[in-house]
Design a protein around this ligand. Structure first.
Ligand code: AMP
Ligand code: GLY
Length: 446
């Protein structure tokens, strides 16, 4: 009977906890969390609350609970080197060491790796450690994107047209970025539709999960500020309406080459999740970024579809046996909608900025799955904090039905909450398809 340590406290980790608890291998789940997640706690034998940079407490908890292996949910503990500490204490972990997590924590590491190993997918880019030469580099780009080096919680990237307009404004942003960050990647702005391809890697074999499309913008119609992700969908054919099998293979092929390049570069196999954020453009699939963990919300789309026993999957990742495991997903569509406090994602000085500690009530959710994120269970009920509160997932034979299930469940959650009603709906999906068609048509006329 495996004793499994889960590190993390969000809805993504609630979905991971469910996958662990649903295993036929009768594992015992222990959770180390930053704040108590009542959904995870209800599935766990034991929990510990602490900080993700407090490696001593994490190791002490792992020893007390006689942990056989760990699964790391979020990027923060990976960036702090939790996997290195666990390995030193004799506990294998699904998740990369600190050096390998640079795939996510250092944009320049990843861009350089692709370039050095001649892996396709990079846009035109250059890494800078000072302002020297930046303006000249801007001149050669049709659109500018600025990426600070280091973890920024998904909110550090600045895109021309979204966050600034002119090269002069871009230069001001660069100045500000160098105050907090040692480096900066400047790259060309790509045009297309984004998709998330979350892959399992044992260092030699890389297996893709169904592609998912996330929605970062806070409001319907892709308006408002970027957030951690307001919701996501996946389709029954394991493609997306604007993405064919060839494009998915391109993303997987890039990821396989990156896994091999990391092994070659560091001598260490990458054991964990390689989540490629890709964009399909007129000239094929391009890499936006890698994450060293499952997506939040995207984990909630793929884990409920996984037919393979999750403990077998983790053990195959750890032992290098992914090539011998049959990994299968239900051929169903999924729609995840995040229920958030009304003020979520708004600037702190905005009158409607997230109020903390609002109570919510959950009515009957008929067939949907709920994954708790920033939810506090008190004696008199459930309270939100200022962050995303509950991931609501509908699963069905097709996208419209999955969307209806999710939407019905969202309306059963009462309180000062908001969500994006458009995620997974036909008009929004059609816009994505039309967008891609338009990009391809424009290019063929040039
Ligand atoms: P990140 O914080 O790395 O997840 O990036 C945030 C968002 O910035 C991505 O989801 C893209 O929408 C956008 N982005 C990043 N790089 C590029 C690029 N080279 N071209 C266009 N958009 C980009
Ligand atoms: N959904 C975006 C992320 O997990 O980074």
């Amino acid at each position: 009977m495996a004793h499994v340590l889960l590190i993390g406290n969000g809805a993504r980790e609630h979905a991971i906890a469910e996958a662990i608890a649903g295993s036929q291998r009768s594992p015992r789940l222990y959770a180390f969390m930053k704040t108590n997640n009542p959904g995870i706690a209800s599935l766990a034998e034991g929990t510990r609350i602490g900080r993700y940079n407090d490696l001593e407490s994490i190791i002490a908890f792992a020893k007390e609970a006689k942990i056989d292996f760990a699964v790391v949910g979020p990027e923060d503990p990976l960036g702090h080197g939790v996997v290195d500490a666990l390995l030193a204490a004799g506990v294998p972990a699904v998740g990369p060491t600190k050096a390998l997590a640079r795939l996510e924590t250092s944009k320049s590491f990843t861009r350089n790796l692709l370039e050095k190993y001649r892996i396709p997918g990079n846009p035109c880019f250059r890494n800078f450690t000072s302002l020297d030469g930046i303006e000249a580099f801007f001149e050669g780009l049709t659109g500018i994107v600025l990426k600070p080096d280091g973890l920024t919680g998904g909110k550090g990237v600045l895109v021309q047209g979204d966050h600034f307009e002119t090269p002069a404004e871009a230069l001001d942003h660069c100045r500000a970025i160098f105050k907090d960050h040692p480096g900066l990647t400047v790259e060309e702005k790509l045009e297309g539709e984004e998709f998330s391809l979350q892959c399992f890697s044992d260092g030699r074999t890389v297996v893709a999960t169904p592609p998912v499309q996330d929605h970062k913008r806070r409001f319907a119609g892709d308006r408002g500020p970027n957030t951690g992700g307001m919701g996501s969908y996946s389709c029954a054919d394991h493609l997306l309406p604007f993405l064919d099998a060839d494009a998915v293979s391109q993303g997987l092929e890039i990821t396989r080459k990156v896994a091999a390049a990391i092994r070659e570069e560091t001598g260490v196999p990458y054991r964990g999740i390689m989540y490629g954020g890709f964009m399909i453009t007129a000239s094929g699939v391009k890499l936006i970024e890698y994450n060293a963990r499952l997506g939040d919300p995207e984990a909630m789309n793929i884990l409920p579809l996984l037919k393979t026993d999750f403990i077998d999957l983790c053990q195959a990742i750890l032992s290098g046996g992914l090539d011998r495991l049959d990994i299968a997903f239900d051929r169903k569509a999924t729609v995840c909608k995040y229920v958030v406090p009304k003020g979520y994602g708004l600037p702190a000085d905005h009158p409607e900025a997230a109020s903390t500690s609002s109570r919510i009530e959950i009515g009957p959710v008929q067939g949907a799955r709920l994954y708790y994120s920033s939810i506090d269970r008190r004696s008199d009920g459930l309270y939100m904090t200022s962050s995303r509160a509950i991931g609501v997932v509908g699963i069905a034979a097709d996208l419209p039905e999955a969307e209806r299930i999710a939407e019905r469940a969202v309306s059963a959650i009462r309180g000062p909450v908001d969500h994006r009603p458009d995620i997974g709906t036909e008009p929004l999906v059609r816009r994505r398809v039309d967008h891609m068609r338009q990009i391809k048509a424009n290019t063929s006329h040039k």
